[in-house]
Design a protein around this ligand. Structure first.
Ligand SMILES: Nc1ncnc2c1ncn2[C@@H]1O[C@H](COP(=O)(O)OP(=O)(O)OP(=O)(O)O)[C@@H](O)[C@H]1O
Ligand SMILES: [Mg+2]
Length: 316
């Protein structure tokens, strides 16, 4: 799988990467995408990143919603630079990376710069190339691709190798989610897909949506989509958005936070198995000092109580 992903990246670049540039793909990259807009991708990315970081993962969030970037807003950070500075050559990609809640690294998107929404292929390639190098320093990369089936979304999804498709129970969102799966699958058949049904009113509703999407994909594309579960419609989530805080921090006991925590735990458990812990050191993202970790623990007791439980199950 790891070698396959590198091969995908090479194909995207249209040329082999020089040996010394080849990233060590010990990290797992997941694109979080949707056909329809406004279904909850950015909140999913930001909150999953915080949960994963709380569990001990080194996480990089890439805000690849290049024209309507807002992961920084949801994280409550104000980056001085963004990906546009890197693309223009004013800054290196590493210099643009900033730190969000619980030490999550964020590569901020360039909100309002609509000309970036459909990057010319050469710039897209260059961005993916440099991202592949950043990946070598973290355990997980979560990419907020924005909505739709445009070239930028498809390229990021294919380069990640794994896509978490988000939909709500609305028929139009379901249809658009399937359209996205279809186009990415046709262009990059090795891509793995998971499905998250957001804003559901009941477990039964979520199961019905997941059944529809997975059975259509199986029947018409011969593709297995992993059902990654659902998030309930939760009034605390928009309240957290208003406070510019991830809901898992602002309201850690809310139903959406519990579901997000459980999804994060599931992903991290799998990643550790795939990466074969213990992980390698050598990161340019600083490991938090014990004091910083203590402070984080005091601020976010809920996450860390779950972290402790998860740690006892860890295969270190
Ligand atoms: N589980 C939920 N319960 C209640 N409200 C939710 C839930 N998930 C998302 N929302 C609300 O839906 C809105 C859209 O969320 P978000 O910005 O994460 O979507 P998006 O898919 O990233 O949108 P876009 O396609 O515009 O980037 C937000 O205002 C958020 O408060
Ligand atoms: Mg968004």
């Amino acid at each position: 799988m790891i070698e396959g992903q590198v091969a995908d990246l090479r194909n995207l670049f249209g040329r082999p990467l020089p040996r010394q540039e080849q990233p060590r793909r010990r990290c797992r990259s997941i694109a979080i995408s949707s056909g329809k807009g406004g279904v909850g991708k950015t909140n999913l990315v930001v909150n999953l990143a915080v949960v994963l970081s709380g569990l001990g993962a080194r996480v990089l969030v890439v805000d690849a919603d290049l024209s309507l970037a807002n992961a920084d807003v949801l994280m409550g950070v104000r980056p001085a630079q963004n990906v546009a500075d890197a693309l223009a050559g004013r800054r290196g990609l590493e210099e643009v990376v900033t730190t969000g809640p619980l030490g999550v690294a964020l590569l901020p998107g360039a909100s309002g710069l609509t000309h970036l929404a459909d990057l010319p292929p050469a710039q897209r390639t260059c961005l993916l190339d440099r991202l592949a190098q950043l990946e070598a320093s973290v355990d997980m990369v979560l990419i907020d691709t924005g909505a739709g089936i445009g070239a930028t979304v498809r390229d990021f999804a294919a380069a990640a190798g794994e896509v978490l498709v988000v939909t709500t129970p609305e028929p139009s969102a379901i249809a658009d989610a399937y359209a996205l799966v279809k186009v990415v699958h046709q262009e990059a058949p090795r891509t793995r897909f998971g499905l998250v049904v957001n804003q559901v009113s009941s477990r039964g509703e979520a199961a019905e949506v997941a059944r529809k999407v997975t059975s259509v994909a199986r029947r018409f594309l011969g593709l297995e989509i992993t059902d990654r579960g659902h998030l309930p419609a939760d009034p605390m989530l928009p309240q957290a958005v208003m406070r510019q805080m991830p809901v898992v921090i602002a309201y850690p006991h809310s139903p959406a936070s519990l579901a997000l925590t459980s999804l994060g735990e599931q992903l991290w458990r799998e990643s550790k198995q795939a990466m074969g812990y213990p992980r390698q050191a050598a990161s340019h993202f600083q490991e938090p000092s014990p004091r910083a970790t203590q402070q984080r623990t005091a601020q976010h007791p809920f996450i860390f109580s779950r972290v402790r439980a998860a740690a006892s199950r860890r295969m270190l």
